[in-house]
Design a protein around this ligand. Sequence first.
Ligand code: ADP
Length: 414
Amino acid sequence: MNILVLNTGSSSLKFQIIKTDLELIEKDSDQMLCKGLIERIGSQALVSFKVTGKSQYKTAVGLKDHKAALRFALDWILDPETQIPGIESKEDIHAIGHRTVHGGETFTSSVRINEEVIKSIEDNIDLAPLHNPANLKGIYAAKEIFGQHIPQAAIFDTAFHSTMPEVAFLYGIPYQLYRRFKIRKYGFHGTSHRYISYRYRRLENLQRKDVNIVTLHLGNGASACGIKGGISVDTSMGLSPLEGLMMGTRCGDLDPTVVEFIAHKENSSLEEVMQLLNKRSGLLGISGLTHDMRDLELEWIEFKDRRAKLALDMFSNRIKKYVGAYYATMNGTDAICFAGGIGENSPIIRKIACEGLTALGVHLDDKLNEKMVGGKEGLISTPDSKVKVYVIPTNEELIIARDTCRVVLNAPLP
Ligand code: ADP
């Protein structure tokens, strides 16, 4: 079965076509046939597409909306010159899986999309005003371009965390606010945390119930997850992706009084303060330079920029605090797993984050740590480290493709 995986952002569209079925899942032999990224939809869009094993195709083209972007992608996919094995016509794409950000309390696992599901995703727009509308644009566009009958599934970022107990997901605010408005911690990056947990299980040859780890998805957005008995028991993002670790431009954990204080001192509206906390804080806010970890590392290594180093230290310190918190609430952890653009590529951050965790039994192997970059998967702790440390390049698309396949075939979801 060829599954088109779609991930639509407010002005972007990422896709992959993955060949999978129940047998391929069992054998862990699914195949990514091609992938693509379209950015800056709405103006002169930047396009980069790639068939597995071939060179990249890059271009810039005016694309006015997500529908135009998806149509452009499909034209490339079906172009005889592109030559994706097994894909000659639209009918060779058998189902579509959508990364969907917020499932609220409605969706605790992946679902086949129908009118009712679309309505529920629309109802959850309140909870994810930036993300859910973008995901819906992808769903509407796919329906128009592929027709009403192609099976589509929604895979929610929040679903993996639906197993969190009340003590972890409730905020210490009046309970009625949870009852009336569902104000609580939902968590995000669930598909990534789920994949990391799955890979760890395979690497260590364990049953799901024996997985007790802390996973760290560190990209522009960043979150930690405590996984006990194979399920998420706590995570650092909250009602929105603003809570928790410090991120590229998001502040992470903060005393709510700061919001009132900034509004008062700067004479700004609530919206302006929230914009500041979402877009001008984190690595960017502290360094005053950039949200990009690679550039910050360069600023520190080449120019000894003090605030670049401060941003690296603060970012890593937050990680350490969350690892410690989950170590305590889970009564230990067997491993810490790094993923995401930063987790997969930054030995510096991994080193600072794991430094001084020897009391918990964490010992990094510096040589392995330096080597584990650019998509490599493996152990970076010493053999005597009580807590293992892994780098596990994440693959949300694979989870989305597999869940879509299971949903379409009515097979049980894991
Ligand atoms: P997103 O959350 O947008 O998916 P990614 O997972 O792609 O983000 O991560 C982007 C982050 O990863 C950026 O801060 C980028 O600088 C960082 N990153 C990518 N490659 C490296 C590298 N070689 N060294 C350090 N940081 C890197």
